[in-house]
Write a protein that binds this ligand. Structure first.
Ligand code: CTP
Length: 429
């Protein structure tokens, strides 16, 4: 199988450092990568980093290695050109068809699919000039991702963050596997759904991930909900995709769109989620329950909107227990039989805990792990300002077999990577 070739174009923005993680993902999955930074990108991350990580020479100019005719050769040989970060300047140059340096020459010379992952301040992303450039590029078939929403370089937040390297990698795989993409898919290149040939520690495995918070309907317009944003489940799904898994994603209410490349099922309430998970879990290898499932639901659902009484009173809402989806699946697996054998051999739960005077967060976590019987439990400390909707998430992973807990401090992506690593390790035991 011939090795697939990626040109990784790096624009001059602070997010250039994140392209190093993207480069690693391509290298770990066996791609040949030529990094083509702009001169501005080299102000942020220097040539030695790109050369060491890619194993190939790096230049931003057409006046080096002229005998190799790099300014057309790189684009012609590429199976895909991936630009991350794509700055406002780079989008403008690409839209105008300029050929000012090696990267813009490569963009003009290539017939391969092009993926651009923008990163810039919100004002620049929303500027009419950038909007027009993005539209022009998309109309020509260039895949321009929407930037992620979140903290930007300074204290400001909004749309403009570079999407996570895993998300860009997953989008690149889909592009390479799409009909009409140049070259036959090599190992690791098929989309995760058609796992044959996918590489990575979860290649050939099916992972079910639940995410978001359930909404328990009260009447046609009201529900009881929770603060879960879905970000942690989205991060786990992306890392699992990047590790080569086919991902079945069961989404309750989330603040963000589901990741691309997953098989998506939507679920509103806990009962809907239970149904969707029991379907998705059949024949899967791993289940990660990152969803915040409501423990209770209103006992009665009224078909008509609940109205105020004239006497100034308020209704009493009676609640009933929802099934514990995770514990029930663990129990069904333990019960064995054909139905039990078909369930994932690794079931992971998440626990949002607050400590109190009597017990610490970890004590509660250990008890929950025993009660639920899952194979691993990711324990987070929560409070109104902690974890929910935040990008960072300190966690401890506890294991049923009593192996040493793993502590992770960092972003939800860091936690997701640690969870997937732990799953791979449990699977290899
Ligand atoms: N979970 C579930 N079904 C429920 C509640 C929770 O499957 N009805 C799963 C969650 O997806 C999570 C794990 O169980 O993976 C722990 O969730 P958590 O809310 O911390 O646990 P609870 O069982 O609700 O415990 P507590 O009494 O502390 O709320």
């Amino acid at each position: 199988m011939t090795q697939q070739r990626i040109v990784l174009g790096v624009g001059g923005g602070i997010a250039a450092y994140k392209a190093a993680s993207l480069l690693r993902l391509f290298k770990e999955h066996g791609f040949h990568v030529d990094v083509v930074p702009t001169a501005a990108a080299l102000e942020f991350v220097g040539k030695p980093t790109w050369e060491a990580l890619s194993g190939n020479p790096v230049t931003d100019t057409v006046f080096e290695a002229v005998d190799a005719v790099n300014h057309v050769r790189l684009g012609q040989q590429a199976d895909a050109v991936i630009i991350a970060p794509a700055t406002a300047d780079l989008l403008a140059k690409a839209a105008a068809g300029m050929a000012a340096d090696l990267l813009t020459n490569t963009l003009l010379a290539t017939r391969a699919p092009v993926l651009m992952a923008p990163a810039m301040h919100t004002e620049m992303w929303e500027h009419p000039a950038t909007r027009t450039n993005v539209e022009t590029l998309r109309s020509r078939g260039v895949h321009v991702l929407d930037p992620a929403v979140g903290r930007l370089t300074g204290r400001d937040t909004g749309p403009g963050r570079l999407p996570d390297p895993e998300a860009i990698y997953a989008a690149a795989l889909r592009l390479l596997a799409a009909p009409g993409a140049s070259g036959a898919p090599a190992a690791g290149v098929s989309p995760a759904q058609d796992t044959p040939g996918a590489s990575g520690p979860l290649a050939g495995r099916t992972v079910v991930v639940t995410a978001g918070g359930t909404r328990e309907p009260l009447d046609p317009v009201r529900f009881l909900g929770n603060r879960s944003s879905g970000k942690q489940g989205i991060a786990v799904a992306r890392v699992a995709l990047a590790a080569g898994a086919a991902v079945r994603f069961v989404a309750a209410h989330m603040d963000e769109p589901a990741p691309e490349g997953v098989e998506l099922t939507r679920a509103g309430s806990a009962l809907e989620l239970q149904h969707a998970v029991s379907e998705a879990a059949r024949g899967a290898d791993v289940l990660v329950m990152a969803a915040a499932v409501a423990d209770f639901r209103p006992a009665d659902y009224t078909e008509a909107k609940i109205k105020k009484d004239d006497d100034g009173g308020a209704p009493t809402i009676r609640l009933v227990r929802n099934p514990d989806i995770l514990a029930d699946l663990v129990e069904a697996r333990a019960a064995g039989g054909r139905a039990g054998a078909d369930l994932p051999s690794i079931i992971a739960g998440f626990a949002a805990e607050t400590g109190d005077g009597a017990s610490s967060v970890l004590d509660y976590g250990r008890r929950k792990l025993q009660r639920k019987g899952c194979d691993l439990l990711v324990v987070n400390e929560v409070g109104v300002d902690r974890t929910f909707g935040q990008d960072t998430n300190d966690a401890t992973i506890l294991f049923r077999d009593d192996s040493d807990p793993v502590r992770v401090a960092g972003t939800k992506d860091d936690v997701a990577r640690a969870v997937v690593d732990a799953i791979v390790r449990v699977g290899n035991r």
